[in-house]
Design a protein around this ligand. Structure first.
Ligand SMILES: *Cc1c(COP(=O)(O)O)cnc(C)c1O
Length: 377
């Protein structure tokens, strides 16, 4: 699905130099590269504070710990997402309230959020799934009206832009109260291990987030709040510093691949290409088709994946099981049929290879084989 080796070879010299410097200086924890990357990322995002941490899941957890929520408080998030989003809510004794997504853009359904708001609701956690923003203008308006926090899960959409009605342009993750991202190797800005970051424009929250990520410590050995130990390794920061300079170029390469897939598959009766959110750019963390024009898409999809795999073309299903049907997240709150869109998507989505190193020959090979399968099966 990704070609991290090909990408590495193009930046090898700079990356190796950065990693070697860390080793030479034995500055493994909180070395200079961490601060430098943090400041580079703040500039790139035009956000006041970036707080690096150990991974995207920690970023979400630390964000939620910083908001003084009480057990039983409700956080509304998308049912159709990676498990981490709901996991940390549960882990903190808070209540994840799952809602459906839009059938065309895959992002959280704003009307469904509004319906799910109760006096216990404290935050909305939109997920910028597959690389484009949820409908942030409407979400922010709803949050203002009901006095809610907005925690953006931007693990899949670093670098995407969202344009508000007033014309102002914002990077994904810098619009809500707090943004949370991941530098997992296969993410759009991926390091060579685990990594994550939290963004905010709020001075007080920034202090608190930093403190929580660092054992709740204000001054050395003085612990004011319950915290965790969550750091970005210096080696990872050294890699990220180099890769951040290429992030826009990487997004452009992903968009070129997506444009090819779009062009070839747009009018095919058996598939539906991904629809763009009107006010967001797309950084195509994933290129995800829906098998809409076939009977029993689930089994058709299985055959399609097998057919492609036999021709050395990987494909993935993000995500095969809705959260409300996972044993860990089952709840009396939900009954079957509550999430028609999510259930349909889980049975019918398929993601094609998407990364920065897809050349025209490879793209043609992929779409030739996809078409061959669709036309004969
Ligand atoms: C990857 C991902 C996370 C978690 O990031 P990790 O760094 O793996 O902990 C959270 N949310 C979404 C939507 C993701 O895709």
């Amino acid at each position: 699905m990704v070609d991290l080796k090909g990408q590495y070879l193009k930046i090898k010299e700079e990356v190796d130099k950065g990693i070697n410097e860390v080793i030479e200086n034995t500055a493994f924890i909180n070395g200079p590269a961490v601060k430098e990357f943090q400041s580079d990322l703040e500039k790139y995002l035009s956000v006041k504070y970036v707080i690096p941490c150990a991974n995207g899941t920690d970023a979400l957890q630390i964000a939620m710990m910083a908001l003084d929520l009480k057990p039983g408080d409700e956080l509304i998030t998308a049912n159709f997402t990676y498990v981490a989003t709901a996991e940390v809510i549960g882990l903190l004794g808070l209540t994840p309230v799952l809602v459906d997504v839009y059938p065309d853009t895959f992002t959280i359904d704003v009307a469904a959020i509004e319906k799910a708001i109760t006096p216990k609701t404290k935050a909305i956690v939109p997920v910028h799934l597959y690389g484009q923003c949820a409908e942030m203008e409407e979400i922010i308006a709803l949050a203002k009206k009901h006095n809610l926090y907005v925690i953006e899960d931007v693990a899949q959409a670093i670098g995407a832009d969202y344009v508000m009605k007033d014309g102002s342009k914002h990077k994904a993750g810098t619009i809500g109260t707090i943004g949370c991202t991941s530098f997992f190797p296969s993410k759009n800005l991926g390091c060579y291990g685990d990594g994550g970051a939290i963004y905010t424009n709020d001075d007080e929250l920034a202090k608190k987030l930093k403190m929580i990520a660092h054992h709740g410590q204000s001054v050395q050995y003085v612990h004011d709040v319950l915290g965790v130990n969550s750091r970005l390794d210096t080696i990872q920061a050294a890699v990220l510093k180099v890769k951040l300079k290429h992030l826009d170029e990487y997004a452009a390469a992903r968009n070129r691949a997506a444009a090819h897939y779009d062009k070839v598959l747009a009018n095919h009766p058996k598939v539906k290409i991904p629809v763009r959110v009107k006010n967001s750019t797309h950084v195509f963390h994933q290129y995800t088709l829906q098998l809409n024009g076939v009977d029993s898409p689930d089994s058709y999809r299985g055959k399609m994946r097998e057919y492609l795999a036999e021709r050395n073309i990987p494909s993935m299903i993000y995500y095969p099981i809705p959260l409300h049907m996972q044993n860990a997240y089952k709840s009396d709150r939900y009954k079957s049929g509550d999430f028609p869109v999510t259930e349909k998507l889980c049975a019918s989505v398929i993601s094609l290879p998407m990364h920065t190193e897809l050349d025209q020959e490879t793209l043609n090979y992929i779409t030739d084989n996809v078409l061959e399968f669709l036309n004969k099966s």
